[in-house]
Design a protein around this ligand. Structure first.
Ligand code: UTP
Length: 400
């Protein structure tokens, strides 16, 4: 173990080894033995090497919704072909909420993000008499707290046998010099490996097989932190069916050129999402003849996949990107540090990279005020305060 650590310049992980009791030694050894140091080294080097491969980025076209999509999609749901996967494994570092983000309660509305999503699910059963299967992905850290929260809240009166939790994979977190961080003297700092991990994971956990047995055709995969995200996506399903798309996504226009959202584009002629920090100022401001932004279609984590796609991409490699985050850690003097600014890289793969493996992907336009109210930051843009206003505004005149 010492040799491997030396080879990858990670010997500091043994700084406290001599002080540990046998049980702690075992834990540290076990954790170290599970790390693929070659992989972590490569991920760090790739990130440091900002020279990304030459990619040709071009715009993509989105579609308007048609009334017929709604009925078509509803029929598919009534036929039992629809399931929901909620990705609730993020660490919510920007929000600074200790606990699963899904347990965060939206003030005034007085409902947690889990309950808000469940409300949307219940709307489906009201309209179709079908209780769809709900899979919830958590991180290792927030699994138990999420499950306990559901138990405490009586599963928000949704049938318990329709809800299933699963835990996503983790990777070690490194500091800005590529050194793996310690969380305790005998434990390594780990973080969830991003929402892209879901595809290989569904296969490994047997969920893909379960979906096939249940004859589910359409799987909606969304996040937990958008309080307006409707999961009764009848129009999106209908849009996919009508146009023979295997993966579809709802998109909204960017609010302004510099808005910090990823936008859909083609990368080397394959559909993908370009992150806001990868966009040049020229791309941000590029307009067509009508003066509309060319790169305007924001990705809001509102995606629907045909089961065939899940099957197709389950073994495909998705790129990891390094996300700069604030991560608490134990320094080598044995002091627990709570940093004030970003101090570490978490390696995450992204769900939308799977689009590049699919031949027919369609984008359906949606209205921002009806679908997008994210909670990312503690205050300011995309905070509980902005989300609450959007939520209240939307629900003010809405009769379901
Ligand atoms: P984000 O990356 O925007 O938010 O995830 P986050 O990770 O919760 O918060 P920060 O970046 O640390 O502040 C978008 C959605 O994807 C889920 C999140 O729970 C959220 O619903 N997600 C993200 C996962 O399920 N797993 C991950 O590893 C990352």
């Amino acid at each position: 173990m010492k040799e491997i650590l030396e080879k990858y310049h990670q010997s500091h992980l043994l700084t406290f080894y001599k002080e540990l009791n046998n049980q702690e030694k075992d834990q540290l050894e076990r954790e170290i033995s599970q790390i693929d140091f070659e992989q972590i080294n490569k991920l760090y080097q790739n990130n440091n090497n900002q020279n990304k491969e030459n990619q040709e980025i071009t715009p993509i076209q989105s579609y308007k919704s048609l009334p017929e999509y709604e009925d078509l999609g509803k029929e598919s749901v009534i036929n039992g072909e629809y399931a929901l996967i909620t990705m609730a494994g993020g660490q919510g570092t920007r929000l600074g909420f200790s606990g699963p983000k899904g347990c965060f309660v939206l003030p005034i509305v007085n409902k947690s993000l889990f309950e808000i999503q469940c409300d949307s699910l219940k709307k489906i059963s009201k309209k179709t008499n079908v209780y769809i299967n709900w899979y919830i992905m958590t991180s290792k850290d927030n699994y138990q707290a999420s499950v306990d929260f559901f138990i405490k809240n009586n599963y928000f009166d949704y049938p318990q046998d329709k809800i299933k939790f699963f835990v996503q994979d983790e990777l070690p977190i490194v500091d800005l010099q590529g050194k793996i961080l310690l969380d305790k003297k005998y434990s390594i700092c780990m973080g969830p490996n991003g929402h892209g991990g879901i595809f290989s994971f569904l296969e490994r956990e047997g969920i893909l097989e379960e979906l096939k047995i249940k004859q589910i055709k359409w799987i909606f995969i969304g996040g937990i932190d958008n309080v307006l995200l409707p999961v009764d996506q009848f129009d999106l399903i209908g849009f996919a069916i009508k146009n023979n798309f295997l993966a579809v996504s709802k998109t909204i226009d960017k609010a302004y050129p510099q808005e910090k959202v990823g936008v859909f584009c083609k990368k080397n002629n394959r559909i993908n999402v370009i992150e806001y920090f990868e966009m040049t100022e020229e791309m941000n401001n590029q307009v067509d003849e009508q003066g509309k932004l060319i790169y305007k279609d924001a990705h809001i984590l509102c995606n629907l996949f045909n089961i065939e796609v899940l099957e197709q991409v389950k073994n495909k490699p998705l790129n990891y990107r390094a996300a700069l985050k604030k991560v608490n850690y134990l320094d080598l003097e044995g002091n627990y540090q709570i940093p004030e600014k970003e101090n570490a890289y978490k390696f995450e793969s992204f769900l939308f990279d799977a689009f590049s493996y699919v031949d027919n992907v369609g984008l359906l336009e949606a209205k921002r005020e009806e679908i997008f109210a994210p909670i990312k930051n503690k205050e300011g843009v995309d905070s509980p305060e902005t989300a609450l206003n959007l939520y209240l505004n939307y629900h003010k005149n809405k009769v379901d």
